[in-house]
Write a protein that binds this ligand. Structure first.
Ligand code: ADP
Ligand code: LRH
Length: 484
């Protein structure tokens, strides 16, 4: 069907977009951005939340615009796919109402409940079943902080959007794997853990796999958006990182990836989970990918460090464009001070440049006040973190990789890409920027029968439609500068 198009809703922690995706077996995927909107945590009643009502209004705006673009082109929107950041959820009551604006994973409330959960199930036992890296904000610790779960269900953010569009309650499996309550080997809920923690087995709706249909659109949604009555919501890798990894334009399987945005998700793709004690102590995760693959990775600090600095400098009247900041940082010499980008001290939104300077002071070094120096420190620290993590991934899986694919917004950061090649000693291939939306669209296109095959076929379609940029290892100290 030459006129078939797919709508992708992709919301990251820093921005969201609604896109139209066109897919053909010969030319690959092409995306048209229909609507973009900012996202970020908001302080509400003393806690950090997402303004979900505002996000959902933007989703409807985007879908309305998508319906009108498709109608003008004589195209047919076959389905809608949804992905967002992981872990967080909204509580929905029996009447189908959201009981409060969802908490953000950056809120501190789960800090107090980690110990309580571990007193019931040890970290070793949790890891042996879920294979999930320990992060203070994993869903199970957040649920343990809820004062009252009577009569409500937890809908992960993409599932919540799907519910509001269709009236159907499901939990998409790739995102379920980030809850800490999902069995990585069986691919089912870890009901024993739900029972042990006193959570009702019905706390999450039943699982659904990428490619399966969630449902058709509610009459009110059809009326408001003008979408066609036979359009469906199709489950995709609803964890944004799962959709991004599905769209890494790799050829073969000896590749590593970095999904680079607010976070850097650094790892490899496996057929089976690695649940060893060594893997647990290195805090690697076994999250579920599209087609039942394992995303074996670690959360490394990300461009949150940079965007928070930018936010702070802008408030001080020191606003500079991102390209100008990165260019100034690239002109500084290699070998400057580094921080541990994963330090939980950087999780909350606050004065980021000061926290970074304090972390450098703790290493016995000094970081000048200048934005360029701070940005260079972030980039050097991220690249070093990537290199350490990739070396760990190779050691823990016994697999070697020849190339590192960087996808997401950070793939446009030439300084970071070059420093990553320098720190890892590997070739870096950057792009696509919108890998997540591409993965979202491809899962839908395959479900509709427009394209066929496994992940390697889908990846070839991404490669066919993307201008990729290659970075090779340089001896940073010989050239004494960072950028290219
Ligand atoms: P998320 O999905 O977590 O919201 P994205 O994948 O959208 O994140 O990436 C956002 C990041 O991409 C920004 O924080 C910024 O650092 C980086 N970025 C965006 N545009 C550019 C650009 N033109 N050059 C370099 N980096 C960019
Ligand atoms: C990236 C991401 C990541 C999760 C974090 C909460 O957007 O989904 O994979 O760990 O957000």
């Amino acid at each position: 069907d030459i006129n078939a198009v797919f709508a992708a809703i992709d919301i990251g922690a820093s921005s969201g977009r609604v896109m139209l995706g066109r897919v053909s077996p010969s030319t690959g995927v092409s995306l048209e951005t229909i609507h973009r909107f900012p996202n970020g945590v908001v302080e509400l009643d003393g806690g950090l939340h997402w303004d979900f009502d505002a996000l959902f209004a933007e989703v409807l705006k985007g879908l309305t615009a998508a319906a009108s673009v498709a109608a003008t082109n004589g195209e047919r929107i076959v389905s809608v796919g949804i992905d967002t950041w992981a872990v967080d959820y909204g509580l929905v009551n029996k009447a189908g109402e959201l009981t409060a604006q969802p908490y953000s994973y950056r809120d501190e409330r789960s800090r107090a409940t980690v110990g309580r959960v571990h007193a019931v199930i040890s970290p070793e036992k949790l890891y042996a079943t879920t294979g999930l890296q320990y992060l203070q904000f994993n869903t199970l610790y957040q649920l343990a902080a809820e004062p009252n779960l009577d009569g409500v269900q937890a809908l992960l953010i993409p599932d919540l959007i799907a519910f509001l569009l269709t009236g159907e309650r499901r939990t998409e499996a790739t995102n379920a794997s980030t809850t800490g309550l999902f069995d990585a080997v069986k691919g089912e809920w870890a009901t024993g853990f739900l029972d042990a923690l006193g959570l009702p087995r019905s706390i999450f709706p039943p699982l659904i796999q990428p490619g399966e249909t969630v449902g058709t659109l509610l009459p009110a949604i059809l009326k408001q958006t003008g979408l066609p009555a036979d359009a469906t919501v199709v489950a995709v890798g609803s964890h944004d990182t799962a959709s991004a990894v599905a769209a890494v334009p790799a050829d073969g399987d000896d590749f590593a990836y970095i999904s680079s945005g607010t976070w850097s998700l650094v790892g490899v793709e496996l057929d089976a989970a690695v649940l060893t004690e060594a893997s647990r102590s290195a805090n690697f995760t076994n999250e579920r990918g599209v087609d039942g693959t394992i995303r074996y990775l670690r959360n490394v600090g990300g461009l949150w460090l940079l965007s928070e600095c930018q936010r702070y400098w802008a408030a001080q009247g020191l606003s500079q464009s991102l390209p100008a900041l990165l260019e100034a940082a690239a002109a500084l010499p290699a070998g400057g001070p580094q921080i541990n980008a994963d330090d939980p001290a950087f999780t909350a939104p606050d004065n980021m440049p000061d926290r970074i300077r304090a972390a450098v002071r703790n290493t016995g070094a000094l970081l000048p006040d200048r934005p360029a120096a701070v940005v260079r420190c972030i980039m050097d620290s991220l690249a070093a973190g990537y290199a350490r993590t990739l070396a760990d991934a190779e050691r823990l899986t016994g697999r070697s990789t020849s190339v590192v694919h960087i996808v997401g917004g950070g793939s446009q950061n030439r300084l970071l890409c070059q420093l990553t090649a320098d720190a890892t000693g590997k070739s870096v291939i950057a792009g696509p920027v919108e890998a997540t939306a591409q993965g979202n669209v491809l899962a839908q296109a395959r479900a509709a029968g427009v394209v066929a095959g496994g992940l390697s076929e889908l990846r070839a379609l991404v490669a066919a439609g993307t201008q990729l940029v290659r970075y090779e290892f340089r001896d940073a100290f010989a050239s004494q500068s960072g950028g290219s």
